[in-house]
Design a protein. Structure first.
Length: 285
């Protein structure tokens, strides 16, 4: 039993229904903004030729192009094309994403920029959560520099390696390969994070998030376990201190993406971050 403060509660956003359902229209983009303390997730649906953009970002951000979607990403002096599944690492500054094939995508920003104010849960972080590790100071130059595309279609599954993990200077994502459900209930993975938040973004299928808040010595802090089922797309933000796991349920394909900020040192130490070499210091003679 702990005598520390109870952890902040998780928050659940089912984006396609209820108060978060997009307007009833045949054509036209719709974006949902959900934040953690250090990251902002932006899930978008858009038609062919539509453009998505934000105020210039002060650091790198990530564009995750889902299966079946194709985009062009332009920054001053450069542009690339990317077909899903792929990740585009976008440098600091202005950027435009143009849909070349209609579909869905996920953009992930740090909260250093103005995009954080658009989040549906922006008010939650008016007072920061003191248990969340802070973003690291921005380096003078980030990563390998420049606009670059990381295709995922040929990334092999390796026994002992967790998912498909990539990073920017401030962010980290784990884009799991699609699986056909349901998940084996004898193979769940309840765990807890001590000092960072996790956003679980589901992009296909139905998921149940199981969350338990540890008891403190103050009974008023105790909360019942939560078992929340969500249909994709959805975003679940899990603050430090919450024991959690998830199940994909029902038939068909299921896919999710975990988001962290700052990049997780434990994943880097395990050698699981597939573009970590872009962020290693270079030796100068």
């Amino acid at each position: 039993m702990s005598d520390t403060a109870a952890p902040w509660s998780p928050t659940f956003f089912e984006l396609g229904s209820g108060e978060y359902a997009p307007p009833d229209r045949i054509k036209g983009q719709h974006s949902w903004y959900v934040r953690g303390q250090n990251f902002v997730t932006v899930v978008s649906k858009a038609g062919n030729g539509e453009v998505l953009s934000e105020e210039p970002a002060p650091d790198e951000h990530l564009v995750l192009v889902l299966e079946g979607t194709e985009v062009g990403v332009a920054v001053p002096g450069n542009h690339v094309s990317a077909a899903g599944p792929s990740i585009v690492v976008v440098p600091a500054g202005p950027a435009q994403v143009t849909m070349r094939r209609p579909g869905d995508l996920l953009r992930v920003f740090s909260t250093r920029g103005s995009v954080a104010a658009k989040a549906a849960n922006a008010a939650t972080y008016a007072v920061p959560n003191p248990t969340v590790a802070s973003l690291l100071p921005l380096p003078e130059t980030e990563g390998a520099g420049g606009l670059r595309v990381i295709p995922l279609s040929d990334v092999a599954q390796v026994p002992g390696r967790l998912g498909r993990i990539y990073r920017s200077g401030s962010l980290m994502v784990n884009w799991f390969a699609p699986v056909n459900g349901p998940r084996d209930t004898d193979e769940l993975s309840p765990h807890v994070h001590d000092d960072f938040e996790q956003a679980s973004v589901t992009v296909e299928g139905d998921f149940v998030h199981h969350v338990r808040r540890p008891w403190t010595k103050r009974m008023r802090d105790w909360r019942p376990d939560e078992h929340v089922q969500l249909t994709s797309p959805s975003v679940t933000v899990i603050p430090p201190g919450n024991i959690h796991t998830r199940r994909w349920v029902n038939r068909g394909a299921h896919q999710l993406i975990d988001v962290f900020a700052p990049p997780r040192a434990d994943f880097i130490e395990q050698g699981w971050v597939l573009n970590q070499s872009d962020y290693e210091p270079t030796t100068r003679e």
